[in-house]
Ligand binder design. Sequence first.
Ligand SMILES: NC(=O)c1ccc[n+]([C@@H]2O[C@H](COP(=O)([O-])OP(=O)(O)OC[C@H]3O[C@@H](n4cnc5c(N)ncnc54)[C@H](O)[C@@H]3O)[C@@H](O)[C@H]2O)c1
Length: 389
Amino acid sequence: MINGESFLKRPLRWAQIGGGRGSQVGYIHRSAALRDSNFQLVAGAFDIDADRGRDFGGRLGVSRDRCYADLGTLLTAEAARTDGVEAVSITTPNHTHFAMALAALEAGLHVVCEKPLCFTTQEAERLVELARAKNRILGVTYGYSGYQMIQEARALVAQGKLGDVRIVTMQFAHGFHSAPVERANASTQWRVTPQFAGPTYVLGDLATHPLFLAETIVPGLKMRRLLCSRQSFVPSRAPLEDNAFVLMDYEGGAVGSLWVSAVNAGSMHGQKIRVTGSLASVEWWDEQPNQLRFEVQGEPARVLERAMDYLDEAALAEDRIGGGHPEGLFEAWSNLYARFARAMDAANRGDFDFLKTFWYPNGEAGAFGVRWVEKCAESADHGAVWVDL
Ligand SMILES: NC(=O)c1ccc[n+]([C@@H]2O[C@H](COP(=O)([O-])OP(=O)(O)OC[C@H]3O[C@@H](n4cnc5c(N)ncnc54)[C@H](O)[C@@H]3O)[C@@H](O)[C@H]2O)c1
C-alpha cells in the first residue's frame, strides 16, 4: 500500500513546462507528482504568456525568480544554481515536445514528456538514444496504465490464466467533439491543426492510450502490420481525422482492432480494452476503473474488484485508498509518477540492473506510439492498405 511517504533520500527538484492556469492536463501532473513527496516543484515556465506564468507559479508556491519565461531561460538559470532542477515535465502542446525534451535531456535532466513524444520515428529514436547516452530517464504519461486493475490484467496474462492471447480489442471513442467546438476552445483548436497537433488528431491524441494499455497487459505482443481508415466527420478538421478504425496483426497469429473517435455522440469517454485468450478474456473500461471483468470460457463471468485480497500483489502494491472507494485518474497518475521517481532514483544511483526489469511507460513506449501513429497515417492516406511496422 502507498501511504504518501517518499521512498527517496530527498525529493527530486522538479520543474513543469506548460500546464498553466486553465490548461487541461497541468494540474493532473502536479497533483500526481507532488502527492508522495518524491518531487518538489521548485521552478517552471508554466505558460506561453510569461507574466501569466509567473503569477500562476507564484500562486503554486514557486519562488517568482524561478518562474521563467521559457524552457531555454529555465535551463540556463537552473544550471547555474547548486540547487538547480533535476527533473522536468513537458506539458505543452504537441509541436513543442521534441525540441523541449531534446534540450532538457542535453542539459542532463530527467524528462517526463506528454504524449505524443514527438512527430516522427527519427525524432523519437534520437530522444531515446540521448536519454540512454546521458543515463537519464525519459518517461511518457500514458496515465491510464497507472490503474491498479490494469496491473491485475497484466498479472492474469503473465500467469497464463487467459491461455494464448488471440485477440485484442481496443477503443477510445468519446463524443465531445461531435460538432466543431474548437471554434470556441483554444485547447481543442490546436489539436485539429496539423502544425501543432502533428500528422493526426484522435490517433495520436487518444488511440495511443489503449495502445499502451495493450502493451502493458500483454508485454510480449509484437505488432507486425496494420491497416487504418480515417475520417473527418467535421470537414474543417481535414486532413486530420476525428474518427478512425485500425486493424492489427501481431507476430504469432494474434490480431487486434482499435476504434478511436471524438465524434461518438453521447459517449463520455468510451475507453475500453478486451484481451481474449484461448481460455478466458479480461475487459476493462476506464469509466468503471475499479472493476475488471474476468470471463473464463464455460464459467460464470467474474467481476474482480480493486483492493481485494484475491488480486495479484502487483495490483495491491499501488493501492492508496483501500477497498470500496473509487480509484480515480489522480491516483492512477500518482502511481505513474511514483514509478518515474523510482526509475530516476535508480538512474541517479547507477542501478542499471534495476532499470532493466523495472516497468514504466518509457521513451521506447513513447517511440512505439509515434511510429504506430505514423504508420496509421501512411496506411489511411494510401487508401486503407496494410503497412508493415
Ligand atoms: N496523457 C494524457 O492523458 C493527456 C491528457 C490531456 C492532454 N495531454 C497532452 O498534454 C499536452 C498539453 O495539453 P493540454 O490539453 O493541457 O493543452 P492546453 O492547450 O490546455 O494547455 C497548454 C499549456 O501550455 C502552455 N504553453 C504553450 N506553449 C508553451 C511554451 N512554449 N512554453 C511554456 N508554456 C507553454 C499554455 O500557456 C497552456 O498553459 C498535449 O501534448 C496533450 O496531448 C495528455
